[in-house]
Ligand binder design. Structure first.
Ligand code: 0WK
Ligand code: 0WK
Ligand code: BGC
Ligand code: BGC
Length: 937
């Protein structure tokens, strides 16, 4: 007997431990740490590929932006419906979130119902699948007596890879797991759901957000644990998401803040990156799956495949006689006969072995004890590999976050869900252990999402709702700045009426239509040296211009710019002109031409009544000027007196022109077709060559007509007069001073007007020019902040400070090249602390205000060019506008929108806009040259 025991002992000793034979057979599946670190490193490389714009399209790990920019901050609240589709169960839920209570403190109530998704629907027509979803939703509402009339915000958890450009949009990239419904790839599944809900009818649902189940799981766990920034699913499928720095997500604009990225790590290896870890069993599972070559990593990990892997290993070992003495049952040959639930059961602590025997016997096998141990061990190895691979993937993600935060010892929470993680007895412990072994310095907490992902989806929706309602209110606020074609046509008509009225009456028309006494545009014969003085909106320029006959190209030009301090702008007229004379004196010194007594042209960018080319009575100051004792006075005399007061140089001021006229002349020197001058700068204005016969208010015409009717010469003169044109300075900035723009003026404009130095005046200018646009923007931002739609409702002193928002900031903020980060720093410089979303809204407000300004100027220009066209009885007019001003020249979009609007509003005119190189100074010098030439004749 002893001998028998000895033999059987040796035999058993000799009889190999069944797990050993399995270890050998599955050595390729037994991954040790350096292999896992290798896989983790490979996965990190794939993450980079997925995040970068260049390589994203070809990346097997898609790294999909989710447009979820923040984890819950506890301020979420509301009642939502939720759909949870794509996991093993399709659920319809109602979720109530109470502000600041957290899930643990019962802040979230839920009511759910599970509905089946029959196979024929999962593999049928996509629209039928979504109709079923919509019908289930309706059934849920009816069963739970939830009102069908009330509008319900809905959160949609859809657990498949989707390309999202917004929270409530997502195009299906591909199906995975056991879904293959036709006709949805590339389609926006949110839209498909909306259409199904409409088709089902009888309910009012607003789908506000669609999220992947990993994202919803992260948000669910994040409601109680603010450290939760990773979502992990190990269920039918597997996947993970995490909060990435926006600057690393090339596919989404903006570098500021963070965004949750759905890694779709199931696709890791689809490009062969894991080929040296793929075993024959993996290849068999893949080949038999409904998406061969796809989701390679998922097929090594997730619940849909673990059971099948075990079956194939058991089948292979049986076939090669390593199990059941080589006997193979038909059941063992059938796909899916061993499920992942079976694998979990085989690994149960106590009952594992018994479960294994029962499972094998159900497969018509008669396993020996060793067979059962061996098969149980196969399950262990297969599921162990699964948790190890998940650990490797997680380690890569946590390493990325560690780097992002530049923290050596990362403290982070991973929110987890999925049947495998939830029901497989050993799985969680194994996973946690390996993660901590791979990243010993990290404090990783795993939180199981108790009740599914829909709470998270509801929270995303609550955040989305907060963002959407903000969006809606901002749109509402900005809607008054969005002008329709009808409104622009009205503005054009009112501008036209204003031009006509201004030509007829003297003084009281809103658009003053001031004669400039400039009759000709240059003809290139101008020559000689001239001084040009240019008082614009922001500064004073003195320049010396030297025209060489017929050599337009090389006009010599020297200039110096002088600032006009505010106290001078708003001091006494004497001080202002003394300051100008001082600047001229400095310039002549600088040029060494103190005694030259040059002929000078004076560009004076304010409305002046002129009776001749060298006189101009200031009608009223505009822009920021308010110097006393100037209005109603001749500005040329005032300058002359100031020069006389200095008595250190002499000047022969031969002409005073408006900056629009100077600009027109400058550009006409290059392009003879230029007969309009436009300024879009601190102020706004236009001049153009009008037929003298239409300028009814000027005596001159009357003179001609009364005196001498009759002789042939007289006829010629008449003909000439017919042809005679004079440049009219429209002063279109005054449009609306008679209330004709009250229907488009917004309360923000009214505030700006009332706070201006000339309330009630220059209404069109205050809607369109650089001096005011920044202020309009500031008042809108102030209003939005008071409405808690911006800067978290903090109305700072900065925001209440006048003129803090210079128009130059609009140009900077609206430039396409500027990332949100830079907008943020501009706002910070202005003392406005805001987040990424705030920057986006500020940019939008700037855009709305500047777009309106450009459109209004475009409509105004359309009125001017159409008038000229009709003056000349033409069906089509080609004409050039000489233009200057910082807004036109520096704003990234203003000029483009203005041109576009003018084209649409005056289709029979082909208008070329020619930016003036040297400003209006050259134009003033040209006019002086023309005046001089005329006087010599
Ligand atoms: C429960 C979540 C659901 C997710 C599922 C994944 O509510 O969104 O899709 O877990 O696990 P599975 O059901 O596929 O095992
Ligand atoms: C440059 C011209 C000047 C005009 C100015 C307007 O030379 O006459 O007044 O443009 O632009 P702003 O300086 O107001 O932007
Ligand atoms: C899908 C993922 C999903 C995961 C877990 C995968 O098959 O591609 O979108 O998150 O399953 O449900
Ligand atoms: C003035 C115009 C000037 C325009 C552009 C307006 O405020 O009234 O005379 O042309 O600004 O500088």
């Amino acid at each position: 007997m002893f001998a028998v025991h000895l033999v059987s002992f040796f035999f058993t000793k000799l009889k190999e431990d069944p797990t050993k034979k399995v270890d050998r057979f599955l050595h390729a599946m037994r991954l040790h740490d350096d292999q896992l670190s290798d896989i983790s490193a490979r996965f990190q490389a794939e993450m980079k590929k997925g995040l970068s714009e260049e390589s994203n399209a070809a990346a097997s790990v898609r790294m999909l932006p989710t447009h979820v920019r923040s984890t819950p901050d506890g301020s979420e609240k509301g009642q939502f419906l939720a759909l949870d589709l794509g996991g093993s169960k399709f659920k319809v839920l109602q979720v109530k979130v109470r502000e600041g209570m957290g899930i643990r403190k019962g802040g979230v109530e839920m009511d759910e119902k599970i509905y089946s998704i029959p196979k024929e629907l999962r593999n049928g027509r996509g629209t039928e699948l979504f109709d079923h979803v919509a019908e289930s939703l309706k059934d849920f509402l009816l069963e739970k007596n939830i009102s069908l009339e009330k509008k319900h915000p809905l959160a949609f958890t859809f657990s498949f890879p989707c390309e999202q450009s917004a929270l409530n949009q997502g195009s299906l990239i591909s199906w995975s797991k056991n879904y293959r419904a036709r006709g949805l790839k590339g389609k926006d599944v949110v839209q498909v759901l909306r259409e199904s809900i409409d088709r089902t009818g009888g309910m009012d649902i607003e789908v506000l957000a669609m999220v992947n189940d990993t994202v919803a799981t992260m948000m669910t766990c994040g409601f109680d644990d603010q450290n939760c920034e990773v979502g992990l699913i190990i269920g039918t499928g597997t996947n993970a998401c995490y909060m990435e720095e926006l600057r690393h997500v090339d596919l989404v604009e903006g570098d500021e803040g963070r965004m949750c990225v759905n890694t779709e790590w199931g696709g890791f290896g689809d490009d062969g990156a894991l080929s040296d870890y793929i075993t024959e069993f993996d290849r068999d599972v893949d080949a038999a799956s409904n998406n061969p070559g796809k989701q390679i990593f998922e097929k090594m990990i997730s619940g849909m495949y673990l059971g099948e892997l075990v079956r194939l290993v058991v089948l292979k070992m049986a076939k090669v006689g390593k199990l059941f003495d080589g006997r193979v049952s038909d059941a063992l040959r059938i796909k899916g006969k061993i499920s992942t639930a079976h694998v979990a059961a085989m690994e149960e602590y106590k009952t594992g072995l018994t479960n294994t025997r029962n499972i094998l016997e159900e497969l018509d096998l008669t396993p020996s004890e060793d067979d059962c141990i061996a098969v149980q061990h196969i399950s262990t190895i297969v599921s162990f590999r699964s948790s190890n691979l998940v650990a490797a993937g997680l380690a890569a993600i946590l390493t990325q976050i560690k780097k992002n935060r530049n923290q050596r010892d990362l403290r982070i929470t991973v929110g987890v869900d999925g049947t495998v993680y939830k029901t497989h007895p050993q799985y969680p412990k194994r996973l946690h252990k390996v993660v901590r072994r791979l990243l010993p310095e990290c404090h990783v907490r795993f939180v199981l999402s108790e009740s599914g992902s829909s709470k998270g989806a509801a929270l995303v929706t609550a955040v989305a709702q907060r963002l959407a309602s903000r969006r809606h209110q901002v749109d509402e606020t900005l809607s008054s700045f969005r002008l329709s074609q009808e409104q622009l046509k009205l503005v054009k008509a009112r501008m036209r009426a204003g031009l006509e009225a201004g030509l007829k009456t003297k003084g009281h028309s809103a658009i003053k239509m001031l004669p400039s006494f400039v009759y000709h545009t240059p003809d290139g014969t101008e020559h000689g040296k001239y001084l040009a003085l240019d008082l614009g909106g922001t500064n004073f320029r003195a320049m010396l211009v030297n025209f060489r006959k017929g050599l337009q190209q090389n006009t010599r030009l020297y200039h110096k710019i002088y600032t006009i301090p505010l106290e001078i702008m708003q001091g006494t007229g004497e001080e202002l002109f003394d300051h100008l004379a001082q600047c001229v004196s400095d310039f002549l010194d600088y040029m060494g031409m103190k005694n030259a007594r040059l002929p000078a042209g004076f560009t004076f960018s304010f409305p002046c009544e002129q009776t001749a080319i060298d006189t101009g009575t200031l009608v009223s100051w505009t822009k920021g000027f308010k110097a006393t004792d100037c209005e109603g006075h001749d500005v040329v005399n005032m300058l002359r007196e100031a020069i006389k007061r200095r008595n250190d140089f002499e000047l022969d001021i031969a002409a005073v022109v408006n900056d629009t006229v100077g600009t027109m002349m400058s550009c006409a020197y290059e392009d003879p077709q230029c007969e309009i001058g436009m300024i879009a700068g601190t102020g706004t204005n236009v001049c153009y060559m009008e037929e003298v016969k239409n300028i009814e208010k000027t005596e001159q015409k009357k003179e001609k007509t009364d005196e001498d009717k009759g002789t042939p010469d007289e006829e010629q003169d008449k003909a000439d007069a017919e042809m005679l044109k004079m440049c009219i300075n429209t002063e279109w900035g005054g449009l609306g001073d008679d209330g004709s723009l009250d229907d488009i003026i917004t309360p923000y404009d009214t505030e700006v007007d009332q706070n201006s130095v000339n309330p009630g005046k220059q209404r069109f200018e205050k809607l369109t020019s650089g001096m005011y646009l920044g202020e309009v923007v500031r008042h809108v931002l102030l209003d939005l902040t008071r409405g808690s739609l911006l800067f978290r409702g903090h109305v700072t002193e900065a925001l209440k400070t006048r003129d803090i928002f210079q128009t130059k900031y609009l140009s900077q903020i609206e430039s396409d090249r500027l990332a949100l980060l830079q907008i943020r720093s501009i706002l910070q410089q202005l003392g406005l602390e805001g987040n990424c979303d705030d920057s986006i809204i500020v940019k939008e407000v700037c855009g709305a205000v500047s777009r309106r300004a450009a459109q209004l100027c475009g409509a105004g220009m359309a009125a001017v060019v159409d008038k000229i066209r009709e003056n000349r009885g033409l069906d089509h007019l080609d004409i050039t506008v000489g233009v200057d001003g910082a807004l036109y020249k520096l704003h990234p979009h203003f000029s483009g929108i203005l041109k576009e609007t003018a084209k649409v509003m005056a289709p029979q005119c082909n208008v070329t806009f020619l930016p003036s190189e040297e400003g209006s100074g050259k134009g003033a010098a040209l006019i002086t040259a023309v005046v001089r030439k005329m006087q010599e004749m």
